[in-house]
Each structure stands twice: as structure tokens, then as C-alpha cells.
Write a protein that binds this ligand. Structure first.
Ligand code: NAG
Ligand code: NAG
Length: 419
């Protein structure tokens, strides 16, 4: 339950653009991906001359080099503010680095809303924020959320979590990659950023050494073991709670023996962390999981299998609109969320656009990166509506750094109270 109205105050945040392409410098061609995006919202009192800018140092840290009266000179990119809400794609790339669950959480980029001071020529920082990872957000909120059922929390997730690939213009500019790859970070990196729900489709290929693979429909992506290893490493490092949703079995699950084999395989890798079905889903709380050190909840789409297994939770309900237009997706999710009463089961709002076969032909270059860019910015603001953020549970997106749902979910959960 939430009594307060959230997201009313002015805010700034950085997102990462999902659209990728190439930049040409003379004869050489470079990848142009992961560009940082400046976002601002609720500045109803914006004034002519206000700026939003990107920094590689903290503009509010008085002891460092950003402490410069003419701070705007240090900006790596900036935009003039002309509306109370807006966004601007910058030319700055978020370089890849090895993420860790320990140490510094800022990724080294700051955004600030700036206004020229009336009395001097210096600039005032009205609001600032940094792009950060959140490897421990659930444990950090344990005094608030510890006894609240998981079904009442807001959980950021990734759609087709295992269908990830780093952008590279040589490998990625083909129709398969454009229309099957939904993410670009490894599972470990997704979790370090704050994702806690992973939507997974598994296929069985008896003639390959690995046998079990993560697929997107018929398209084989990578061995399942890589995903399980990442989840295990993360859970061992953090004790965070993960929903691992076996959502579909697109190829090769011809008999129950294959399901049994899959469970043995999962069990061998992460069995000691699996949450058993000892209470109904609606009663499962973070503290119960933390008391037993078992924090991976597996939901399994095949109910004839899950009903006979103590560690496979029943089918996770997906609110999937199968919508191709952004207005239709908004309406679909609004209809579900507006009058929603708390559920007794786990469920996920699948908040991404679903292209139709015609898009492969008519928009071959657009791809899922284009669709994600189109939906992620408005999506952030849809979920700032009270009946959306109060009533949702899991929200799964494509190219999740393109929206601000992780930061918002932490804020929402921080204000939850036991009903
Ligand atoms: C990241 O880690 C890998 C393997 O541990 C290493 O080979 C690579 O050099 C590291 N990259 C950076 C930027 O530290
Ligand atoms: C859980 O792990 C902690 C160490 O991280 C240990 O002290 C505790 O005994 C464990 N509890 C159970 C029930 O295994």
C-alpha cells in the first residue's frame, strides 16, 4: 500500500538510448551505440535560459573540479529547457566496463538542471542525479519491504532477458539481430543494474553438447548455463531476490522427460538457492527468503510439470497486449492497472511493443531497438501515475536502460507500507 503521491517534484535522470548505428569519420566507421540521454520532468517553473547538462564529475560535490562558478563550461553536452518535461539524446557514449556488486555505484555520469544566478554570473544547480547501478537495492530496503509480500512490490524486469548482444555494426545489422535481440547487457550486468525479474525461453537441442539453450522463439541465442551461472554468481554476492521465469519452451520439449532433464540441470547449478513452495505466493515475503538464504523464485510455464515439483512455482501471469502501436499498449496496460486489486499470484506487465511480420519488411532497419526507444521514454511517465505504480508488480521491458523504471521501483518500494 502507498499513501503518498510520488513523482510530483522536479527530477532529472539519465537513460541510455537503445537506437544504434554507425558514425563515419572519413573512411573509418565506428559503432554509435549506448548514447546517454538527458531527461527532465516537473519543471513547471522553468525560465528562459535554463539548461540541462551532462557532466563527468559531480556538480554538487564542492571539493572537486566541478566546483567551478562557470560550471556550464565543464558540461560534456547540454540542452536549453523550453518545456517542463523533455529529453535530449547526447553524443556521449556510455563505455562498457566490468560491473561489480562492490564499491562505487555511480557510473561516472551526472545530469544537472542549471539556472543562472540573479545576483552573479554563476550557475545554480537546481537538481542533479547520477547514472548508477543498484546491486543491493532490496537488501538496502529490508527494514521497509522485509515483511511485505513480494506480490505487493514493484519489480523491474527484462523481457527476453537472455536475448542480449552488444551492438556491433558488422554483426548486428541483419534482420535476425534487429528483430530478435531485446537487450544488450549480460544477465549479470542486468542484475547489477537492479533488474530482478528475468523472462526466459528455453529450447532443447539433443544433438548439441550443451542441449539446453536460451532462445527467442525459434532463434537460438546462447547456452542456458551462461544465464544460470550469472544468476548464481549474483545471488551469492548479494542475496538479492530474483524471479527466474521459464516462460516458454519453443523447441524440443517433446516429452516430460525433457522437462525432468531440464530441472536436473537447473537443480545442479542453482538448486540450493531455489525457493520451495511452502506457502502460497501471496504470503511469500523477502524476510522469509532471507532467513533461509534461498532467494531464486522459479516460475514455470508448464503447469503439468510445476504442479508436481516443490521448487517450480506455477505459471507467472503475463499481461502481454501483443500491441504494435504505442497508444494501444498504453491503453491496454491502463485498463489492467487502473482498477487493479492486489493479486494472489505473481504477474508481469510486459511493457514492450510487439512488431508484426509486416514490420520486418516495411521497417527492416528499425528493429526492436527502434521500438524500444519509441516506448521507453513515455513508459517512464505512464508508471508515474499513482494507480500504475501502486498496482503493478513486475514490469518487464526491452533495452531497459532506456527507461527509468529501476530508479522508480526503488522509490515506490521505499514508500510501501504493510496493508
Ligand atoms: C573485464 O574483465 C575481463 C575478464 O575478467 C578482462 O579480460 C577485461 O580486460 C576487463 N575489462 C576491463 C575494461 O577492465
Ligand atoms: C545464511 O547465510 C548466513 C551467512 O551468510 C549464515 O550465517 C546463516 O546461518 C545462513 N542461514 C541458513 C538458514 O542457512
Amino acid at each position: 500500500m502507498i499513501t503518498q503521491d510520488l513523482f510530483q517534484e522536479p527530477e532529472v535522470f539519465i537513460t541510455v538510448c537503445s537506437v544504434a548505428g554507425v558514425a563515419k569519420f572519413g573512411k573509418s566507421v565506428k559503432n554509435l551505440d549506448r548514447r546517454l540521454v538527458l531527461n527532465w520532468n516537473n519543471f513547471e517553473d522553468h525560465q528562459p535560459g535554463d539548461m540541462v547538462a551532462l557532466f563527468d564529475c559531480d556538480p554538487e560535490d564542492k571539493d572537486r573540479r566541478c566546483n567551478n562558478s562557470n560550471i556550464i563550461e565543464l558540461a560534456r553536452d547540454s540542452v536549453n529547457v523550453e518545456c517542463s518535461r523533455g529529453y535530449q539524446r547526447t553524443t556521449v557514449r556510455l563505455e562498457r566496463k566490468n560491473l561489480s556488486t562492490k564499491g562505487e555505484t555511480s557510473l561516472g555520469w551526472w545530469i544537472a538542471y542549471l539556472r543562472r544566478s540573479q545576483t552573479s554570473s554563476s550557475w545554480l544547480v537546481l537538481k542533479s542525479n547520477t547514472l548508477r547501478i543498484r546491486p543491493h537495492w532490496m537488501r538496502e530496503l529490508r527494514n521497509v519491504i522485509g515483511d511485505i509480500p513480494l506480490t505487493s512490490l514493484m519489480i523491474p524486469g527484462t523481457h527476453d532477458a537472455g536475448a542480449y548482444m552488444e551492438y556491433d555494426h558488422i554483426r548486428c545489422e541483419n534482420i535476425y539481430v534487429r528483430y530478435y535481440i531485446c537487450q544488450e547487457d549480460s544477465i549479470y550486468d542486468q542484475l547489477v543494474h537492479g533488474i530482478r525479474y528475468l523472462d526466459v525461453r528455453v529450447a532443447h537441442y539433443p544433438s548439441t553438447p550443451e542441449k539446453f539453450w536460451v532462445n527467442h522463439d525459434k532463434y537460438r541465442i546462447r547456452p542456458l548455463i551462461t544465464l544460470l551461472e550469472d544468476v548464481k554468481r549474483f545471488v551469492e554476492e548479494t542475496k538479492e531476490i530474483i524471479f527466474l521465469d521459464f516462460h516458454g519452451f519453443p523447441i524440443g520439449f517433446t516429452s516430460r522427460l525433457i522437462h525432468d532433464e531440464l530441472f536436473q540441470f537447473i537443480n545442479k547449478e542453482i538448486g540450493k538457492y531455489l525457493v520451495p513452495k511452502t506457502v502460497p505466493a501471496s504470503q511469500l515475503t523477502p524476510n522469509m527468503l532471507w532467513r533461509t538464504n534461498k532467494t531464486i523464485v522459479i516460475t514455470y510455464a508448464e503447469s503439468s510439470i510445476s504442479s508436481l515439483n516443490d521448487y517450480l512455482w506455477p505459471y507467472l501471469v503475463h499481461a502481454w497486449g501483443n500491441k504494435r502501436k504505442i497508444g494501444d499498449l498504453e491503453k491496454y496496460l491502463a485498463d489492467i492497472l487502473v482498477n487493479f486489486k492486489q493479486t494472489s499470484y505473481f504477474w508481469s506487465a510486459m511493457a514492450e511493443i510487439t512488431p508484426k511480420p509486416i514490420d520486418y519488411v516495411s521497417k527492416p532497419r528499425y528493429g526492436l531497438r527502434g521500438f524500444a526507444e519509441h516506448v521507453n521514454i513515455p513508459l517512464t511517465y505512464w508508471f508515474q501515475r499513482k494507480n500504475w505504480y501502486s498496482n503493478c508488480m513486475i514490469v518487464a521491458t526491452d533495452f531497459y536502460l532506456g527507461n527509468n523504471l529501476i530508479e522508480m521501483a526503488v522509490e515506490v518500494n521505499r514508500h510501501k507500507k504493510l496493508a
